[in-house]
Design a protein around this ligand. Sequence first.
Ligand SMILES: [Zn+2]
Length: 158
Amino acid sequence: MKIVINGIHANLRFSAAHMIPEHESCGCIHGHSYIVDVKVEGKRSGKHGFVADFKDVKGIVREMCKKLDHKLLIPLKSPLINFASTDRDVKFEIAGKRYSIPSEDCCLLELESTSAEELSRYFASALFRRLSEKYEISSVEVCVNEGIGQGALYTISR
Ligand SMILES: [Zn+2]
């Protein structure tokens, strides 16, 4: 069985800035109001016969959203970004453009990109790992929407 959580109605959202290095229009720093939709499939278990308690799923996703909220998302594994420092200020260069951003304004992520595709993989992997500690989960699907109308869906299964 699957449980489904709609990010708009369940308030699983965050606002953040990012850039897609060397992309014609998305190469400049810009922002989105992201919405995270979640589906969890698994075996019903426990006293209540839940696939997973909605409260647990939303708690994990909200905690992740909070970490990203109102930050500039920076992908540490991007092959297109040259980092000079990630201490007090995050200093880096992309195709000749030089940036220096206070570290408290940034969220550094162990990702190759901060595209909707990579962010959905990031959410799905963490959620799958965390829920598996407590429930018999067979798959987790996460859609990270860049506003309303476009998103990337990633599925991770056992
Ligand atoms: Zn964007």
